[in-house]
Every structure is written in structure tokens, then in C-alpha cells.
Write a protein that binds this ligand. Structure first.
Ligand code: ADP
Ligand code: MG
Length: 697
């Protein structure tokens, strides 16, 4: 239950005087439905007014506040001519101009012979002073109505700044005096004021600097938001850890048999990640860990060895991939290794039907099959395990966040929950990982297997398509493989396919049957067949839409051509490039673009040429795009921040993370007096879900 002290803030904006349904829906559009959303809607600009006793040329184009003596109204003869009111500021004559001015209204506002305070921009009209539509008019004694500084809010069509300011004049004086949830020493060190004071300051700029993200007021509010986020994630993480899991210590026997059968040695990063996972499996709590590693960093073998440990401990394991092709590839890689040590590994996809499927389900249920590789088909209700101990989810982004945990339920209740390992090939900047995946522990493979040669990356004008296509001849003769990627056309998979098909036809004329086509509208088995022919070398060039983006491993692939590379995001380009140069042969990546390129597009292509470091690329991507877009907010479950900016406030994020951990170490249930204040904070930022993990108190 939301604490009473917050009730007012969570009232709808229509509770404010003067906000009817029309304005309420506009406010909802720019800020949100409740008063709290207006509180978070901070000004983006400001008006500074100059107090003028008289008028002079250097005040032209300035916003002024002046005492105006109303002399004479001149209502217009028709609607096309503006309404004019002449008068004076000090000795200087000034004319006020109103388009479509209503006489009765204006005469009430500005009675002839009286003084009124006005504000607005001073203009020069053919050598005479003029002001069009003063933004404020007030009685001389009402000085407060004409502030020298006024915030300017981000608006939408139909919503005026004045409306927003009127609203803010209601909610700002009414802010509750919330208990302080921040550590006093932090407040002192950062020179932050209380929440209420900080909100008021953030809404009351008196200089352009007050609008920047690093003012003490804005920093404090951003920090509050980040702390709420980190606290919520930490609560989830801790509650997972408290959940009964099972201890899967393994025996290391099968693990070492498999490692010695591998044609290579694990890298240090692989070993480190494996021992982190291994310790989690052995511990009696539930594992929820993210394994992050760039394309080709060798996550699969780490996953395999983790599954083996689970099996050594007497349970079963599954690995789930987002596509059929990937599931099959995992299966092809894992199955022989597993079989060699006397275990059974099976593949389950949507295509498995009838008797075969029944037989497999039976073998899962009776424990004959220890390792299952699969797609979403694993989620089907009739898929039951004898005793599932470990679930691995590959390529996290393709799965919804709630699915992350759905597999946990496939375990035996009496044995505790299933340990979950999520693998992603998209390097995530640290800041994002902390906010999006803070509920998981993280292992990072930040080192590639030795012997990889850098991929020669070039940006080439699409005009030279012909040269590029003809240049592939040598590669084909050398039995190498080429990917030719056509971009998404405006999110339309029909046009998408048309573009890829056209390119396919063109290349077919040059290279005949060596060219294949694969796209998202093909049936799964058609795709598989084409992919198989490409892997086997039957096809040398694979024209594809971005369906090949994820994970597919063809060691002979040496050339990646990306058409309209300027339309792709950095992460995607990096993923695609990661498909080549995996088999020891040097790789080439040609980024075909059509100009003129915008600044961001230019930077993206430049970064691609500069580095192959996925983490560096991810950081640059974050810089160029902003957090929400980077992972696709919807898919990633990435929280959207109202006040915090992950780029600008990364220092604060780190403090918040440490603070959240420390807080919960001391007071895991948030029962102390600071704990109670922190509960208010969680509700304030609508992290109500996190409260579920606390006992009521
Ligand atoms: P990803 O992290 O992209 O899933 P993979 O697990 O598919 O990477 O590994 C990429 C390739 O590198 C595979 O062909 C795999 O056999 C190979 N590989 C993995 N680990 C090593 C290693 N330590 N030394 C050499 N090659 C390795
Ligand atoms: Mg992989």
C-alpha cells in the first residue's frame, strides 16, 4: 500500500484547479497522468525579464517587466487589424498590440488612465516601441505575478507554458515534506538539499546554468531515481538468493574429460566466468547470472561445462536459443562432445511432432536425456523434466524479461528452483548493465580466443556495388564464404524481402548456383536447408536479410557485405561483422553506404573502422543513441528514467549501487527509520513491485 504522505502526488492532474479533461490529456501526453509526473517534468528553458523604468533601444528584443500607464484604447475597425492600446513606460511611449483582442476583456484588464504591470518582449515597429501580447498583466500592487525569471517547460501542441506554470504554482507549494532517505554524509558531501527543496529549485531556474543536468537540485533528484532503481533490483536479487535453490557441486570428472577432448585451451576469461558460475551452482541458493561476451568470445563451451556440472550432480540441463538455426547449431556443437562422455543430448524445436516428440518428452520426464537444446518450444506445457537443475538462455534480447524466470518453474519443487544462466552476445555498457540487469550477477568474457585476426573493415560508396560484386570472384574460388546483408526497409518485411531478392537475382547472374537467399518470410525448414547448404559450401554467397544476425557460426565465412550500412545501428553492425573471420582466415567487412551521411551515421561507420572491441562500440552506441533505444526498451525491460541520464549521471549510478547494497546489508527488510523513508522512495518512483519482496513493516 502506498503511504498516505504520497496520496496527493498520485492524484490525477485533473485534480488541479483549471485543469479540465482537455488540458489533463495534454498534460498526460507530455508528462503523465498524475501530479507526480508534473513534478518530474522539469523546465528545459527559461525566460529572464529585465525590470525597465523607461524604454531604450538596448532593450529591444528583451523580455521586460514595466509599469505601464494606460492612455488610450483603439479598437480596430475590422478583425484583420489588431487592437492597439497606447500608453507610456516612464516618459517613453509604448503601444500594446493584440490580435483578435476582445474589447470588453481588454478594457477590464487595462483600464484607461491607470497603471498596470506588464511583461513581454519589447519590439521596434517602424521606430516606435511596441509589445505584442504581453505575457502577463497585473495590478501595480501585485508584483509577485510578474517574476523576473520564469521556467519554460517542454510542451505539446495545445498546451501553453502559462498553463503548465499555473499548474506548478499549485503543486509546488503543496509538496509533502518527505522523510529524508539519503545518508546525511552524502547530502553534506554533495551539498544536496532535501527532496522538497530540490524539486522547488529544479522548477525555479534563475540562470541558464540552473537548467543543466549537474545542478545540485537535479543531481539529487536523479540520484533518488537511481537509488530507487538500484534498491529495487537489489531487493529482487537478494530475494532470489534467499529462494531455496539446490546445490549442484558436480564432481569435475566429466568436465575434465570434456575439456581435455577440446582442440583448444580455455581462455582466462572463460575460466574465470566458469568458476563464477560453478560456485553459484554449488551454492544452495538459486542462481540468476548473466554471462556477457562478445560474438565469438566462446560462451558456448562455458555453457556446456556449466551444464555438465549440473549433470554430474544428478540433475538435467537445458539450453534455449531464440531461433531454430541457433538451437540446431548449439546442438551440433554440443551433442558429439556430450555423447563422447556417455550422456544423451536431444534437440527440441517447434518442428518436432508426433511420435518422435512423444518419445522425447518421455525421455525428458524419466531422466534418460540429460541435456536438452531447444527453442521456445521448451516452454510448452507438456514439456516436463525428471529433475531440471540448470536452464541456460542464449541471446537474452530475443526473450521477454518475464520469460527469464518462466523456466525456473520447470524444476522439481522439492529440489528447489532451477538455476538460471542468461547469455548475451550484445556487450552492454556497464551503466546499462547495472540498471537493466542489476537483479542478476554478471560474468564477463572480455577476451577472445587467441589467433583471431582483425577484420579489415571498409566503408564503400554503394555506387561501387558492381566492383564489389565482381571482386568476390577470388574469394569464391578459394572456397571462402560471403554474407551479403540487405537492410530492413522501413520495418516492412515485404519490401525487405523484395530488396534481398533483387540483390540475389543480380548476384546469381554473376555467380549462378553459388548464390543463396535467406529471409524472414521463408519457412523454418527452407531457411535451415539454405543455411545448411551455405555451411557445407554448396552455396558460397548467402544473401540475407538480418535474420542471420544472431549467433550463426560458419568458420569458412570471410566476407561480410552490408548494404546500406548507414541504416544499421552500431550494435547490429558489430554483431554482423562478428560473423566473419572466426575460422582463422582473415575477414573482410564492407560497409556499403549511400550518401549524404548525417553526423551520427558518419560516426557509426568511423567507429566500426576504428575498433572491434564490443564494449567500446556499445559505449559509443549509448553515446550516440541514448539508453532507451540501445536495447530496445520494450524487449529489454530497461527502465526508463525520468530524471537520471545514464551518460551524465554515471558517477551517481555507481554511488547508488553501492549505497543500495550497503543499505540492504544493514537493514534487509527496510524496517529501520531510514528504511521506512526508503520505502517511501520506492513508492515515489513507482517501484511498488520491489516492495513485494519485503515483509510488511
Ligand atoms: P559465442 O560467444 O559467440 O557464442 P562461440 O561459443 O560460438 O562464441 O565460440 C566461437 C568459436 O570459438 C567456436 O568455433 C568455438 O569452438 C571457438 N572457441 C571457443 N573457445 C575457444 C578457445 N578458448 N580457444 C579457441 N577457440 C575457441
Ligand atoms: Mg553463441
Amino acid at each position: 500500500m502506498r503511504p498516505e504522505i504520497l496520496f496527493n502526488l498520485f492524484n490525477p492532474v485533473s485534480n488541479l484547479t483549471g485543469i479540465g479533461p482537455r488540458l489533463a490529456s495534454l498534460l498526460e501526453k507530455v508528462a503523465g497522468p498524475n501530479i507526480i509526473d508534473l513534478v518530474w517534468h522539469l523546465p528545459a528553458g527559461m525566460v529572464t525579464r529585465i525590470e525597465a523604468d523607461t524604454l531604450s533601444q538596448d532593450l529591444i528584443e528583451e523580455n521586460i517587466v514595466a509599469s505601464f500607464l494606460v492612455l488610450q484604447h483603439s479598437p480596430p475597425p475590422n478583425r484583420r487589424v489588431p487592437y492597439r492600446i497606447s500608453g507610456a513606460v516612464g516618459e517613453a511611449p509604448l503601444t500594446l498590440v493584440f490580435f483578435h483582442g476582445r474589447e470588453d476583456y481588454l478594457k477590464r484588464q487595462l483600464p484607461e488612465g491607470q497603471l498596470r504591470l506588464i511583461s513581454g518582449k519589447l519590439e521596434d515597429y517602424n521606430g516606435a516601441y511596441q509589445m505584442t501580447h504581453p505575457d502577463h498583466i497585473a495590478k501595480p500592487e501585485d508584483k509577485d505575478a510578474l517574476p523576473l525569471f520564469e521556467p519554460v517547460y517542454p510542451l505539446t501542441a495545445g498546451l501553453t507554458n502559462t498553463t503548465f506554470i499555473k499548474a506548478s504554482k499549485q503543486f509546488l507549494p503543496d509538496l509533502p515534506d518527505l522523510p529524508e532517505w539519503n545518508d546525511p554524509s552524502l547530502l553534506t558531501r554533495e551539498q544536496w538539499e532535501g527532496w522538497q527543496q530540490s524539486v522547488i529549485k529544479a522548477h525555479s531556474p534563475t540562470s541558464p546554468e540552473d537548467l543543466e543536468r549537474d545542478t545540485t537540485a537535479r543531481q539529487r533528484l536523479a540520484y533518488d531515481e537511481l537509488l530507487a532503481n538500484q534498491l529495487a533490483l537489489e531487493l529482487v536479487r537478494r530475494s532470489m538468493k534467499r529462494k531455496p535453490g539446490r546445490s549442484l557441486p558436480g564432481t569435475a570428472k566429466l568436465q575434465s574429460e570434456i575439456t581435455s577432448a577440446l582442440p583448444y585451451k580455455l581462455t582466462n576469461a572463460q575460466n574465470r566466468s566458469l568458476s563464477e558460475i560453478s560456485a553459484d551452482l554449488a551454492a544452495p541458493h538459486r542462481m540468476l547470472r548473466l554471462l556477457q561476451g562478445d560474438v565469438g568470445s566462446g560462451k558456448t563451451v562455458v555453457a556446456l561445462l556449466a551444464m555438465i556440472q549440473a549433470i554430474e550432480s544428478g540433475s538435467q540441463a537445458v539450453i534455449m536459443a531464440p531461433t531454430e538455426i541457433l538451437a540446431r547449431q548449439h546442438y551440433d556443437g554440443i551433442q558429439p562432445l556430450v555423447e563422447a562422455v556417455g550422456l544423451r543430448c536431444e534437440l527440441i524445436t517447434g518442428r518436432l511432432k508426433g511420435k518422435k516428440r512423444e518419445a522425447l518428452l518421455e525421455n525428458l520426464a524419466n531422466g534418460e536425456v540429460q541435456i536438452t537444446v531447444g527453442t521456445h518450444a521448451l516452454f510448452q506445457e507438456d514439456v516436463a523434466f525428471h529433475d531440471l537443475g540448470l536452464a541456460i538462455i542464449d541471446e537474452q534480447h530475443r526473450f521477454g524479461v518475464h520469460q527469464r524466470l518462466a523456466l525456473s518453474d520447470k524444476g522439481r519443487k522439492e529440489n528447489g528452483g532451477v538455476d538460471v544462466l542468461v547469455m548475451t552476445a550484445t556487450p552492454i555498457p556497464r551503466t546499462l548493465a547495472l540498471t537493466a540487469y542489476g537483479d542478476m550477477d554478471v560474468s564477463i568474457i572480455d577476451e577472445k580466443p587467441p589467433g583471431r585476426k582483425p577484420v579489415d573493415t571498409r566503408a564503400i560508396d554503394l555506387d561501387r556495388l558492381d566492383d564489389v560484386a565482381r571482386g568476390l570472384k577470388r574469394k569464391i574460388e578459394a572456397e571462402e564464404r560471403i554474407y551479403w546483408v540487405c537492410p530492413l526497409v522501413e520495418e516492412s518485411d515485404v519490401l525487405d524481402v523484395a530488396a534481398a531478392t533483387e540483390r540475389f537475382r543480380y548476384l546469381e547472374q554473376l555467380y549462378g548456383g553459388a548464390v543463396g537467399l535467406i529471409h524472414g518470410r521463408m519457412k523454418a525448414d527452407e531457411k535451415d536447408e539454405t543455411m545448411q547448404r551455405f555451411m557445407s559450401g554448396d552455396l558460397k554467397i548467402l544473401v540475407a536479410t538480418t535474420v542471420i544476425e544472431v549467433g550463426v557460426d560458419v568458420p569458412e565465412a570471410t566476407v561480410m557485405i552490408i548494404e546500406h550500412a548507414e541504416r544499421f545501428g552500431l550494435a547490429q553492425l558489430h554483431q554482423l561483422r562478428g560473423r566473419v573471420g572466426r575460422g582463422g582466415l582473415p575477414g573482410t567487412c564492407l560497409l556499403l553506404y549511400t550518401g549524404p551521411l548525417g553526423e551520427t551515421q558518419k560516426s557509426r561507420l568511423a567507429i566500426m573502422r576504428e575498433t572491434e572491441d564490443g564494449f567500446r562500440i556499445a559505449e559509443e552506441d549509448l553515446r550516440l543513441r541514448g539508453a532507451g533505444e540501445l536495447l530496445g526498451t520494450k524487449q529489454s525491460g530497461l527502465p526508463e528514467f525520468k530524471l537520471a541520464d545514464l551518460q551524465a549521471h554515471s558517477r551517481l549510478l555507481n554511488i547508488a549501487r553501492d549505497d543500495a547494497r550497503l543499505i540492504l546489508e544493514k537493514d534487509g527488510q527496510l524496517n529501520g527509520s531510514r528504511g521506512q523513508a526508503l520505502r517511501v522512495l520506492l513508492y515515489l518512483f513507482e517501484r511498488d513491485n520491489a516492495i513485494k519482496f519485503l515483509k510488511s513493516g
